[in-house]
Write a protein that binds this ligand. Sequence first.
Ligand code: IPE
Ligand code: IPE
Ligand code: MG
Length: 233
Amino acid sequence: MLKDLKKQTSSISHIAFIMDGNGRWAKSRLMPRKLGHKKGVETLKEVTEAVYARGIKHISVYAFSSENKQRPEDEIKNLVSLVKEYLKKELENFIENEIRLEFMGDLDYFPKDTQDIIGDSLEKTKHFKNKVLNIALNYGSQDEILRAANLAKKFPNEITKEEFYSLLYTSNIPPPDLIVRTGGDKRLSNFMLYQAAYSELFFLDILWPDFSETELDKVLEEFGKRQRRFGKV
Ligand code: IPE
Ligand code: IPE
Ligand code: MG
């Protein structure tokens, strides 16, 4: 079964998730939003495991956008502390399963203890090659493109597409083959605007905490039916 799925996913190198809907999931259960985020972390663990089991090498997840800083302070604190706890708890698992961590976004924003665990997880997993987990934290794609444009100014000549790509946070990662957004909204919310040029987009009504291995397989099956033309006939 997993073998068949691996065949189906052999053309996929990178899948990205906009993990939306945690707050609504909690609200519908009359629970505080933070319990939605907590359940969202459980879903993240299940889904990353399932993606790697299907032979897909790169996963990106949108965990905290630069615009999410406009949320109430206690929600921001909760999200930052969840990130820290997740990385602390999972680091052994990343090492054991040879998963390389990458991060994209302005990480200077985070408190020292969070930056320390980010640094630690980068350092201890940097030599792994076959599985990559790229976490977007305090990330905004417009900022990323501006940052790249400013870095490009240092080049003596006009830069190529490849050189520009190398100035993005995703320099070590190919563009996503699929971007999956849960939570019902049909927008990218400042996520990978440059990299998404030829990504297949999936907008699902299901809320992130309800997303699962089964839902992932539905997406992958649908992806298999799509014809990617990249502008050709
Ligand atoms: C996504 O869930 C997680 C983050 C943005 C951090 P939301 O918190 O946006 O949940 P909804 O969209 O309010 O349901
Ligand atoms: C996108 O969700 C960001 C993350 C999933 C981290 P939002 O909930 O922030 O997006 P908008 O505000 O509905 O566009
Ligand atoms: Mg949301």
